[in-house]
Design a binder for this molecule. Structure first.
Ligand code: SF4
Ligand code: SF4
Length: 375
């Protein structure tokens, strides 16, 4: 697809998502298929209990491939592998390779502790487009207290191995995809409320492409322990520090290093304020758990990929009923993947369109000037 076709396709999607939400119907394929390919994890982070969830009937390699085929046929562009620790799946690279097509983007998140030199080589040589490392603090002590001994050091080494491979090799051999984006994902918690800027600087020093910040989610272990909540949750007295950190962060995002952050929504979330529902969870992604249940992440499933066709389930009556629920949901959650700012309102679509046209015409002008100079 050339750049004009891509541009038009994006705009068309912005409208279709807007009308999908308005009419409560899936008029367009979701942006993303998120496959939780395992709950197994080599860590037992304090803020998570995914590792304790056991599925004895995880999807097989053939099952995941069939799911990927169906998703790509529907027009889904991003295939996101998550866990648990996705790198524990012995077939992970086979699956990434399978999902990698010219029109698709593959992405994976990891705690980074398994990214040895050998593993980095496998990641680099694969067709993966983007990898995200979980790093919650610039202080090894804080990070390791949450995630486990030496996890910080291993994750940082893992990023460096990958960056070195990128530098040494330039283009990736035996891989269809030339570029591998390396990113950091951080959870906003009380212990790091003052160091978000330093985390972004760490990501920039490590030559990462992006850093994303998401507030801690109150589930799993956190729901079981008041002590953990008071240790990690942001309280009203922390809000001023957080706002200060957000101000600093907003100044450093540019085209070479992007900071993903939702400052207002994050503050609202920690202040437990009610908010206008801007969630597109029923429209912009499909979540599959290790045993194949199909859902919008929240609320119950509306099928299972072992017996249902993905498209049929996506367009089913049950899915539409659940879409109604997601539209009414007032949970103050800040799941990035549930947001679609460019489809929220017609005004947002038109502003984005105007912005894109302006950028395109700037680009055309620059090319024209260059051509003038060289002729
Ligand atoms: S947060 Fe991630 S790395 Fe930590 S236990 Fe949960 S799944 Fe594993
Ligand atoms: S819980 Fe979050 S992602 Fe789910 S429907 Fe509510 S706002 Fe959307």
């Amino acid at each position: 697809m050339n750049s004009l076709a891509r541009f038009l396709n994006k705009i068309k999607k912005d409208y279709l998502f807007y009308f999908s939400k308005l009419t409560n119907r899936a008029l367009v394929a979701p942006d993303m298929l998120q496959i939780m390919i395992t709950t197994k994890c080599n860590l037992k982070c304090q803020i998570c209990d995914v590792w304790s969830q056991k599925f004895n009937n995880e999807l097989t390699t053939a099952g995941v491939k069939n799911l990927i085929d169906q998703a790509l046929k529907m027009g889904i562009e991003t295939i996101y592998f998550t866990g648990g620790e996705a790198l524990l799946r012995p077939d992970i690279f086979e699956l990434i390779n399978y999902a990698s097509r010219p029109q698709s983007t593959t992405t994976l998140n990891t705690n980074g502790s398994l990214v040895t030199k050998d593993m980095a080589q496998k990641i680099f040589s694969s067709n993966l487009d983007s990898i995200s490392f979980s790093i919650d603090s610039v202080s090894p002590q804080i990070h390791n207290a949450i995630r486990g001994e030496q996890v910080f050091e291993k994750a940082i080494k893992g990023i460096k191995y990958l960056q070195n491979l990128k530098k040494e090799n330039g283009q990736r051999k035996n891989s269809r995809k030339q570029k591998l984006d390396i990113n950091i994902a951080s959870v906003i918690i009380k212990p790091n409320k003052k160091e978000l800027f330093s985390l972004a600087m760490l990501a920039r020093d490590l030559e990462c492409n992006t850093i994303s910040f998401q507030p801690i989610v109150y589930n799993g272990n956190l729901l079981k322990s008041a002590d953990l909540i008071s240790e990690y949750s942001i309280d009203s007295e922390d809000i001023a520090d957080l706002k200060e950190s957000f101000n600093q962060l907003q100044k450093i995002s540019d085209k070479d290093f992007i900071v993903f952050l939702m400052p207002e929504k994050t503050i609202q979330y920690f202040q437990k304020q009610k908010r206008v529902n801007t969630c597109f969870a029923g429209f912009n992604r499909i979540f599959i758990n290790p045993q194949g249940d199909i859902s919008f992440v929240c609320f119950e499933s509306f099928g299972n990929i072992k017996k249902d066709l993905l498209k049929k389930a996506w367009q089913s009556k049950k899915a539409n009923t659940l879409r109604g629920k997601t539209k009414k949901c007032t949970v103050n959650c800040t799941q990035f993947c549930s947001e679609r700012p460019t489809s929220e309102t017609l005004r947002a679509i038109h502003l984005n369109l105007a912005h894109k046209i302006k950028n395109q015409s700037r680009l055309f002008k620059r090319i024209k000037n260059k051509l003038k100079k060289t002729s």
